[in-house]
Design a binder for this molecule. Structure first.
Ligand code: AHM
Ligand code: MG
Length: 289
């Protein structure tokens, strides 16, 4: 009899390979899809044609894979039941408002061994493909994060077993400063006055977190006075990014506990996101107490 965990490994491999193979088509589809569609996504945000294009393309490519049980995405209200197997949650085009100014964006994935919505403890793997000057894959699995360069959808290893640099350099905070809570603002002010730290915020969570992974530091999309539950989605954004950062030796938090600790009631639930070097996120958590 086949070992169920080795079968799950094969399915995870097939999903990640499929996402990589779709990357050239996603990129090729962007130039003609820079306009907004009518209506909004389930989080009430406007959708670009590129968002729905990426979502539909990825569902089409993943659906035929043996062992994919469910598909969910930020861009559609309901979980799609495909059959028996693992669950895939996607943010098909994270940071798509960066299409207009031609900044970085990417595809964010998380794979679970339970039906959706489900908690971070049920993650099998998570990662992202970044459409930057070059296309890269950052993949987390079995407690290890590796980075690959993608050429024509084929991955070639760049760095294995990535860890956050011990000497943090970047802070990257989203939201509106006039809507930050006082305790977060105090942390931000302290961070900006810290020798060696510099501000770099680009508006795509994946791109901003990728800088933290490479240069060290802290990223936050905090709770705000008008959105105490945060902006980013727990299932689609909080869990995968928490997983990647923790696998790379960093710390993730929703302000009180690891991002991986929570369980969404609804697939589109939101969460405040704080990730980065352990010492910085720990001191932020202490401030937010
Ligand atoms: P999206 O998945 O619809 O692109 O929304 C999430 C994005 C994140 O990538 C990013 O951190 C944040 O929204 C940017 O928001 P803002 O425009 O408020 O800076
Ligand atoms: Mg997103």
């Amino acid at each position: 009899m086949t070992d169920p965990s080795s079968r799950e490994d094969d399915v995870v491999d097939a999903i990640v390979e499929t996402l990589c193979a779709a990357a050239p088509s996603i990129r090729a589809g962007l130039p003609g899809r820079r306009v907004y569609e009518e209506g909004t996504n389930p989080s009430g945000e406007r959708q670009l044609e590129a968002d729905t294009y990426a979502d539909e393309l990825l569902l089409k490519r993943l659906r035929p894979l043996d062992g994919v049980g469910e598909y969910a995405s930020e861009e559609r209200p309901d979980v799609i039941d495909i059959g028996e197997g693992v669950s895939v949650a996607l943010d098909p085009l994270d940071g798509s408002t960066n299409l207009k100014p031609n900044n970085v964006m990417g595809t964010l994935y998380s794979i679970y061994d339970e039906p959706l919505p489900t908690g971070g403890e049920n993650l099998l793997a998570a990662g992202y493909i970044l459409y930057g000057p070059v296309t890269t894959l950052v993949a987390g699995r079995d407690g290890v994060v590796s980075e690959y360069i993608l050429e024509s959808g084929i991955k070639r290893p760049l760095r294995e077993e990535l860890t956050l640099p011990g000497d943090p350099a970047i802070f990257s905070f989203g939201g509106r400063v006039n809507r930050w809570f006082d305790d977060f603002e105090a942390f931000a002010r302290e961070t900006e006055r810290t020798e060696g730290m510099k501000l770099r915020y680009g508006g795509s969570m994946i791109g901003d977190v990728n800088q933290i992974l490479h240069y060290g530091g802290v990223f936050a999309y905090p709770a705000q006075t008008d959105a105490p539950g945060g902006k980013l989605r727990q299932q689609f954004e909080g869990f995968p990014i928490g997983y990647i950062i923790e696998c790379a030796g960093g710390r993730s938090s929703d302000g009180e506990q690891s991002l991986l600790s929570g369980t969404p009631e609804d697939i589109h639930d939101r969460v405040p996101v704080y990730i980065g070097n352990d010492s910085l996120v720990e001191s932020l958590e202490t401030r937010l107490d």
